[in-house]
Design a protein around this ligand. Sequence first.
Ligand code: ZN
Length: 136
Amino acid sequence: MKDILFRKSPMTDHGPTSISEFHAHIYFEGATARDHAYALRAALLSEFGGTPGGIREEPGGPHPLPDILVHIPVDRFANAVPYLMLNRAGLSILVHPETGSPVADHTENALWLGAPLAIDVEFLKAFEKRAAQRTA
Ligand code: ZN
């Protein structure tokens, strides 16, 4: 799948210039919400070109609740995200770009459907630092 490529922001002249994919993190708490999260996952995989990501039955990484990750190809964003908007049934969903900058991707550049949750930014900063050290 081709990345979305674009020019640097004219306001800041910095920041990422490509998005390789989007993540949809579907959060759940309790059996009913869990069932609904799994149903959304199934729809994203079967109807919206999504590919499966990790399923956390407990909070983990920067995520404060259990969540299901689905990878959304860039060319399916316009179909998948409105579907989630209309069918989230009260669940909180984090939609974020993948630009190679985990902190910005999960914070200032992220999109929340439903109530935003508190992402562990310090976890992401440590993750980003380790990744930078590996590629240095
Ligand atoms: Zn993610």
